[in-house]
Design a protein around this ligand. Structure first.
Ligand code: SAJ
Length: 424
C-alpha cells in the first residue's frame, strides 16, 4: 500500500467544496476516483459532467474527467485503495462540533474496507477525532485490525488525518502547490498518507501524529480569526478617535514586522467562523483569547445593523442599497456570510418600525436571493445602477467589480463602507 502505484482507486466521501476539486487533482494524477454523496441531485449533476459549485477552472476540468470515466459519482462507496472523508463538520447549538457526518461516512465505508486500505479524514475536526474514527472502524469491522496510536504493528487498516487548507477561488492550484500536514495514527499510516499525497502535491508533505495535525488546522484558522478580531477592534478604536482605520492599517503595515489584516462586517465562510469553536468547546477557559476573538467577530454584523438603523432613524432615508452578499470577495459562497446576516437583520428592524424603506441588494454572483432573504421585508435583488440610486449605500463585500464604481456616483448619498472600498 505504501507504493504510489498501489493507489489505483480513491473513494471520496462528500462531493462538496473540498471533495469535488480534490476529485479533479486526484484523477489528474492517474488515480480512478469514485465520488460518493448522499445528495441525489449532486450525483446527477456531476455524472452529467456539470459542476454544482462556482470555482475557477473546476467545471471544465470536471467535465473532461467525467467524460473520460476517470471520475464517477455514486450514492454508495465501492472498494478502493484509499478513502478520503471530506464531509462537513458544522457545530450544534452550543458551539459543539457535530461529527455525525464523519461518523456516517465511516459507517458507509466500513462494509467495503479490505486489508491494506488507507482512510484519510480531510474534514476539519476536533483533536482526537481521527482516533475516534479508527475506533468506529474497529467496532464495525472486528475482522480487521485498525491503526492504534503508539503501536508499531502494521494494522490491516491505516488511518490518517490530512486537513484541507485551500482558499476558495484558487483551490485547484492550492490543492497541488500547498504544503500538506499528514497526521498518522501510527508510523505506517503517516507514511502511507505521505505516499498518497505525493502522487499529486508539489508542496511539502510533512508527517506528524493525528492530534498535532488536527490542532494545526484549528490553530491556522484561529490565528486568522484572532488577527481579524484585532483589526475589527482597531476599527472601533479609530472610530472613537475619528481616525480613518484603512489609512492607519496601511501606514502601520509599512513596519517590516507588522501585518494587520482588514477590518470588516464580520467573519464568514464555513471555516474561520467555526473552527475556533472546536478548540474553545474542548478547553473553555484555556482558550480565552480565541473565544474573545470569536465574540468580537461574530458581534460585527449587529454593529453594522445598528449603524444603519441609527442613520435611518435620523431621517431622509427611503431606500438602502447593499453591495454584496457573499462571505468574501469574488466568490458565490454565501455560507455564514455576515452580509446575509446584516441584510436579514436590517430587514427585520425595518419591518418592526414599519418604515416602508426599500432594501435593494446587488450580488453579481447569484441569480436569486438565498432562502433566508426570499420574501423578507423590503428586500429586492437588483442591479448596480438600481442599488446606486438608493439614499443610503452600504458596502458589504469588496467584489472586484465594485471597485470600478466611481466615487462621483456617491455624491449626496449616505455611505457606510464596511470594507474600505471607498476609504471614507
Ligand atoms: N476577512 C476579514 N478581514 C481580512 C481577511 C478576511 O474580515 O483581512 C473575512 C472575509 O471577508 C471572510 C472571512 O474573513 O468573511 C474568511 O475569509 P478568508 O479569506 O480569511 O478565509 P476562508 O474562510 O476563505 O479560508 C480559510 C483559509 N485559512 C487561512 O487563511 C488560515 C484557508 O486557507 C482554509 O483552507 C479555509 O479557511 C478552510 O477551509 O479552513
Amino acid at each position: 500500500m505504501t507504493k504510489q502505484s498501489d493507489f489505483e482507486t480513491c473513494v471520496i466521501l462528500g462531493l462538496g467544496y473540498i471533495g469535488l476539486p480534490t476529485s479533479v487533482v486526484v484523477a489528474r494524477a492517474g488515480i480512478k476516483v469514485i465520488g460518493v454523496d448522499v445528495d441525489e441531485h449532486t450525483l446527477e449533476i456531476v455524472n452529467a459532467g456539470q459542476c454544482p459549485i462556482e470555482e475557477p477552472m473546476l467545471a471544465q476540468a470536471l467535465k473532461v474527467l467525467v467524460a473520460q470515466g476517470r471520475i464517477v459519482a455514486q450514492s454508495k462507496p465501492a472498494q478502493g485503495d484509499v478513502f478520503l472523508i471530506t464531509v462537513p463538520t458544522p457545530f450544534t447549538g452550543g458551539y459543539k462540533p457535530d461529527l455525525s457526518y464523519v461518523e456516517a461516512a465511516t459507517r458507509a465505508i466500513a462494509p467495503v474496507l479490505k486489508k491494506g486500505n488507507l482512510i484519510i479524514v480531510e474534514s476539519t475536526i476536533p483533536v482526537g477525532t481521527t482516533e475516534q474514527v479508527a475506533r468506529w472502524v474497529e467496532g464495525l469491522r472486528p475482522d480487521l485490525t485498525c491503526a492504534r496510536r503508539g503501536s508499531n504493528e502494521l494494522p490491516d487498516i491505516l488511518v490518517a488525518h490530512c486537513p484541507e487548507r485551500v482558499l476558495p477561488g484558487q483551490m485547484l492550484r492550492e490543492l497541488v502547490e500547498n504544503d500538506r500536514i499528514i497526521g498518522g495514527i501510527c508510523d505506517a499510516s503517516g507514511r502511507a498518507g505521505k505516499a498518497f499525497y505525493e502522487t499529486f502535491v508539489t508542496g511539502k508533505c510533512l508527517v506528524t501524529d493525528t492530534r498535532t495535525a488536527e490542532l494545526c488546522k484549528l490553530a491556522e484558522n484561529s490565528f486568522r480569526d484572532v488577527n481579524i478580531a484585532f483589526a475589527n477592534e482597531l476599527s472601533d478604536v479609530c472610530e472613537d478617535f475619528d481616525i480613518n482605520v484603512w489609512d492607519l492599517v496601511s501606514l502601520a503595515n509599512h513596519h517590516p514586522r507588522v501585518n494587520i489584516l482588514k477590518p470588516g462586517p464580520g467573519v464568514g465562510g464555513h471555516c474561520i467562523a467555526i473552527d475556533p469553536w472546536f478548540i474553545v468547546s474542548s478547553l473553555g477557559e484555556k482558550a480565552r483569547l480565541i473565544r474573545e476573538a470569536r465574540w468580537i467577530n461574530s458581534g460585527r454584523p449587529r454593529q453594522v445593523v445598528k449603524k444603519v438603523m441609527d442613520r435611518v432613524s435620523a431621517g431622509n432615508i427611503g431606500s438602502i442599497g447593499c453591495f454584496g452578499l457573499a462571505f468574501k470577495p469574488d466568490v458565490d459562497d454565501l455560507r455564514e456570510s455576515p452580509a446575509v446576516e446584516i441584510v436579514e437583520y436590517i430587514s427585520k428592524e425595518l419591518h418592526l418600525i414599519g418604515s416602508g424603506v426599500e432594501l435593494c441588494v446587488v450580488e453579481p454572483y447569484i441569480k436569486e436571493l438565498p432562502g433566508v432573504l426570499r420574501g423578507a421585508y423590503g428586500v429586492r435583488l437588483v442591479d448596480v445602477d438600481t442599488t446606486l440610486a438608493c439614499d443610503l449605500i452600504l458596502m458589504l463585500v469588496d467584489h472586484k467589480q465594485f471597485y470600478s464604481i466611481s466615487e462621483s456616483r456617491l455624491t449626496n448619498k449616505v455611505v457606510i463602507d464596511t470594507r474600505g472600498v471607498w476609504r471614507k
